[in-house]
Design a protein around this ligand. Structure first.
Ligand SMILES: [Zn+2]
Ligand SMILES: [Zn+2]
Ligand SMILES: [Zn+2]
Length: 117
């Protein structure tokens, strides 16, 4: 199943792995949200200090929190925002954390999710 992803700012069709909108007049910063599984813009929600801490971002579509996937941070081909805000921050986004053969998450997702922050 293929889906066309659109920049939420200018509605230009963008690649699912784009980190910046390809529209030269827009150039919005984009990421792939693991919550709503769509391309979206994001805002910095919380700046964290420390070597292992990652800044928290809020998806403009679903308003939920995420952290940049380690693949993205290490310069890999990824624009995924991993889920955050629960009991722990997931290290990888839904795309990188997925077991490619079975399509299931490598670790079970906790049933309890904090939506209020
Ligand atoms: Zn755009
Ligand atoms: Zn979202
Ligand atoms: Zn990733």
């Amino acid at each position: 199943m293929s889906k066309a992803y659109k920049c939420p700012v200018c509605l230009n069709e963008v690649d699912a792995a784009a980190t910046v909108c390809s529209n030269a007049a827009c150039r919005a910063e984009l990421m792939f949200c693991s919550h709503c599984r769509d391309i979206s813009t994001y805002v910095l929600a919380e700046e964290r200090k420390g070597r292992t801490a990652r800044n928290t971002y809020r998806c403009d579509r679903c308003q939920r929190l995420g952290v940049k996937c380690y693949t993205w941070l290490s310069g890999g081909y990824c624009n995924g925002l991993a889920r955050a805000g629960g009991s722990f921050d997931r290290p990888l986004c839904s795309g990188c954390g997925r077991d490619r053969r079975s399509g299931t998450a490598s670790r079970p997702i906790p049933a309890r999710e904090e939506t209020q922050r």
